[in-house]
Design a protein around this ligand. Sequence first.
Ligand code: ADP
Ligand code: ZN
Ligand code: ZN
Length: 732
Amino acid sequence: MIAEVIVDVLSSEVDKVFDYIVPSSLSADIGVGYRVLVPFGNRQIEGYIISLKESSDYDLSKLKPIIRKLDNYPLIKPEMVEVIHYMKDKLYLRLLDGVRLSVPTQVRSSIKDKVESIISLDESKAVDYLSGLSARNKVAPRVIEYLRQYGAVKHTYLNQKFSSSVVKKLIEQGVCIENKQKVNRLKHKSRMDKQIVLTDVQNQAMKQILASQDKPIVLYGVTGSGKTEVYMHVIADVLSKGKTALMLVPEISLTPQMVGVFTARFGERVAVLHSALSVGEKHDEWMRIYNGEAQIVVGARSAIFAPLDKIGVIIIDEEHDSSYVSDSSPRYFTQDIAKFRALYNKCPLVLGSATPSIETFYKTTTGEYNLATMPVRVNNKPMPPIKIVDMCTEFKLGNTSPISSCLMEKLDKTIKDGNQAILFINRRGFSSYMMCRECSYIPKCTDCDANLVYHKNEGVLKCHFCGKKFRALTKCPNCGSDSIRMGATGTQQVVEFIKDKFPDVTVFRLDNDSVTTKDAYSRILGEFASTKPAVLVGTQMVTKGHDFPAIQLVGILDADISLFNYSYKASETTFALMTQVAGRAGRDQINGEVVLQTYVPRNPVYLTCANYDYSKFYDKEINLRKTTQFPPFASIVRILVTSTEDDVAKACAHDIIMELKEYRVKYGKDFIFMEGMKSPVGKIKNKHRYQIVMRFKTDILDGVLQEIYTVLDRKKNKKTSIFVELNPTSLS
Ligand code: ADP
Ligand code: ZN
Ligand code: ZN
């Protein structure tokens, strides 16, 4: 028998699949998906069997045999082998990328299960032992009594409570029995579960979801409509049929609150996968899923590769969220993989959102997806009113602070009422940049083509592309002037402003700088939750999924930042972001309100958003996309070429575009646009960046992609990296 083996060689651009002979001693207990050790050059390396066959196209005498298998079970299950092939054929990922996504490093590395020693009693021995014991020995009887009462007890605990030497002696004499037991490194804090009966609307949505076996279903429900509860009921139903469930949420929504709600309902059956887990925790959670101990996976993007069997439902919550597209290599769309797995398992795929992405919602109008709608909040609480404030007028009236007088008034009231406010600002750091007032000099990163951001606490300038730090300016290095201006406002500056105006109120800050450790995020949110009055200032982290009852006010300080982003999705992203953060207010008893500060108050995105009118926004946007030929009617592909040498990157991009030009002719008018240029951010981490951006009718996407990849395969070389992105959300 011959095995096709994907060998795990780092730093190789080409997919390495080689034929190896399966020695007869191994053939009985080896199969597709097994991890094996194979000879490679003069080394021995790890590989994965991706298929088995009777013969090879190569000279048999040149083939080497597999040395041995590395696990007693296939690390890649049959379904995931299919997924890996699919990703190669349809998404143009390397097989090795597929393997690495399916089997995380934490599982491949040699992490051992964590075991704990548990002590119990041999009752008959204990009786004999006690009868022969001298009266002076007081501790041993107490240990025995304790074990009689509590059964099995942790060894370490017994040692602490009594005496390790006495416990040791009891074990030696056979009175106590020691058992090793595997423990999970990840501990979930238990909390009370709410007994909830679904409303009629929720029930209807649940029925529609369970019936939607043939195509994906969009669950469009306003913030607070109870989507999470619908998910949990669907999951309970699926579990009762002996199946499993996969639920994805954006990384930053994976709050302890969210995980807590699931574990309260489903206990040990839940496994959690996200990037903040330690190596050991990730290993344990993955193995619990693999073994079937956990039947529900709650996780971020990469959890779509979780080794679940018999999936009964896949849920992608906040489906519009940009975190579902991986931003670094290997690039993939989570929805594609989810669709494949749903089809494989013949199970529903739920795409939930209060603001579905335009492309997703469009598919509900063409019949490609089903649609379930939940138009009101569960408790029939009205959506919090959104007031749009014109910051130009504020400025003309002499208010140069980041907070309008309207927001100031409402903040004052919220604090007096003893409630909470969230101030959302889409930017971290103290201010966005420093600039010389005399000559307009702006300091830039030495490695990237990017303005540096001032971080006041640390007193440094930071590059947000590579993280490099630089000394803050006191004098302009260009003209010597010491008149340095700060650019637009950041989170730190707002925190200082609020503390200055309201010295008695507690202010929390939530951004990448305050959340530096794994626990900081939940600690800050936890403290905020139990403090009244309080103000929480933060970046996107404050917008997602939180369900705090005391939030009376949400202030959006600079709505325009995302609106003027250079992307065809800018309006859509802004609408979603504003709706999401507004949805944090007035979820429970308190009436909430929202203040949205902008320099373009008449922009239709804000006007529709302020009325919570998704469908009007959608109609406008889809018409625009149609007339201007943008997704979903057209597709955008960006090829990004990077290299440490500017000339090399440029030449490579040039070569590619010359070849693609020939193909372009073939498609005529369907190929709308193609242009090569230096990327807007011309350099990141000392790598020069060139890009080719194309736009063409979506009907020809498959054909064009295939041709692009054929060209790129020829252009690959050691000095350049080439990335292909479909419908990129940012062209930086
Ligand atoms: P969404 O995810 O749609 O924003 P959630 O699922 O977070 O909304 O629900 C909002 C709140 O309503 C939560 O506190 C949840 O426990 C509660 N809730 C959901 N469904 C019901 C119900 N049927 N009856 C009572 N409370 C509910
Ligand atoms: Zn940099
Ligand atoms: Zn200057």
